[in-house]
Design a protein around this ligand. Sequence first.
Ligand code: SME
Length: 152
Amino acid sequence: MDSDSLTYKKLIQDIGNIIDPSIPTHTNLGNVSALIKSRFNWFWVGFYKVEKSELILNAFQGPAACVRIPKGNGVCGKAWSENKSIIVEDVDLFEGHISCNPASRSEIVIPFKNSNDEIVYVLDIDHDQKNAFNKIDEMNLKTINKLIVPIL
Ligand code: SME
């Protein structure tokens, strides 16, 4: 097993151990984003919450970020509107990319769904290098979504 697989295995175990349905969702998501960011030392890790026709910044780790993203806008709004994960190898080549920080060079965005299979959050992860994310990341981050359904 390579180092990333081992890191994800331990990360998923630790997330499973730390989430608590008796506390507010944003508190749980704060811990989830902190664990993800610390294990891979990514530039920015955070959740946008679905609020009517827009995404509103929720728990995150990293520099200050855009607060509102209309449905369909940017990588996050597109992932939400098209109900799909998006891996952006180079943010400069993604039409409509929303730059919250010029240091962000690549990105992965995963719609997070609840027990009714409704998109309720979008997980956004930024890296300061191009081509930082791949299908292994997508698969493991989707596993984390399934794991935390009880607190969404
Ligand atoms: N780049 C995202 C906006 C969120 S910031 O990266 C945290 C987008 O295009 O939706």
